[in-house]
Design a protein around this ligand. Sequence first.
Ligand SMILES: Cc1ncc(COP(=O)(O)O)c(C=O)c1O
Length: 450
Amino acid sequence: MTKDYRETDKAHVWHPLFQHQRLEETSLAVFESAHGTTLVDSDGREYLDAYSALWNVNVGYGRQEIADAVYAQIQQLPYYPHLQINVPATVLAEQLAACLPGDLNHVYFCNSGSEANETAIKMARQYGRQTYPGENRYKIISRYRGYHGFTYGALSATGQARRRKAFEPLVPGFLHAHPPYCHRCPIGLNYPSCGTECADEIERMIHWEGPETVIAVIAEPIIGGGGVIIPPDEYLPRLRQICDDYGLLLILDEVITGFGRTGKMFACEHWDVQPDLITLAKGLTSGYIPLGACVASGEVFNAFLGASDDDKEFAQVCTYGGHPVACAAGIANLKILQEERLWENAEKVGAYLLSKLETLSDLPIVGDVRGKGLMLAVELIEADGGHLATAKTNQIVARLREEGIIVGKIGHAIEEPENIIFIAPPLILNEAEADRIFETLRQVLVQQEF
Ligand SMILES: Cc1ncc(COP(=O)(O)O)c(C=O)c1O
């Protein structure tokens, strides 16, 4: 049975980020069911999913409430475009506005993180034209190692050459600054004597480009796929200040960090920073149904108001944006997150797991351990302190899978060897499961002989 599906899949399916020639010597897993933090493959083997699928199954698998909400909504109203009102989208928008910080009150729904960022980029540019008539503000600053999605605009904001180079030239008007990556500072400085030079650099870029040409800074509060890069505490407030000083919008991409992942409902709360636009996906439905959103402040939203013939409305429609079934899943998902206060569990069990993982630093192969909530990374090194070879990191990830633990790994994000393991389990993780992740990882790292 399994073999049949693998053969059929090999013949007909094109998988993302995957060299299909490898199917000569390896095969992909067939996951058939899941419950809690556990995935089950077609041979009946169970795995602890320490990566929440792709950083997104925040409430864990097998939530009957979400399934029931989706089923009921399909029966009642499966679909109607968001050119009119549907109740689940309205209710979810109200609930999001209530739990987002400050006056992020205006929700534009779409289907994915890429679309949410695409929307934010387009809103920023249109906002710029409408707010600063006579100026041509369109440039957007992001950071190297940041990831914002696969569509052309979001990819243009992305600072990962290996995701971009096959598709260049990309959209004009995107500039990249150094990431706030203190462990291996790309500017060669040390925190705190650096004075967060990586943020000052953004101010200098605005100055050199001409502030009247720049409209926004887009950033993940904690860079995810680019390496779980947690900025120093001054960094995000400083970005907010720079944006205020030059009249720019701050777009925070909370596609990974939103919905409890880092120990707060939204990561920007750690630094008390309110963006003008926030982008959401992944944990918005915990992956049960695709849904994304770009949420704007009142100030941004108001810039789009005007008479019906002056073309100030946001000029974008998305057939499945505000899909009632996806929004019904979003409501049920948010209810679980809030009733179980899962961000608190992420903070508590995340701190516990981080303290355990930090003890791995005694192993010569471990270069750095970092994390916030249940968004953690272990960076691996060769004996000379350089990046562990990609093949060796792959081998460690494969050994963990053999031992029943699924983790993530940095991929197509950096030019150096891919040496970072990601641990981002569902937010329902308990301490016994955290122990299992830690102990299995220690055992695999200790046994590694290259
Ligand atoms: C921070 C961030 N933004 C945007 C995206 C794009 O989301 P999607 O894959 O849903 O388009 C991702 C995906 O991993 C992400 O990690």
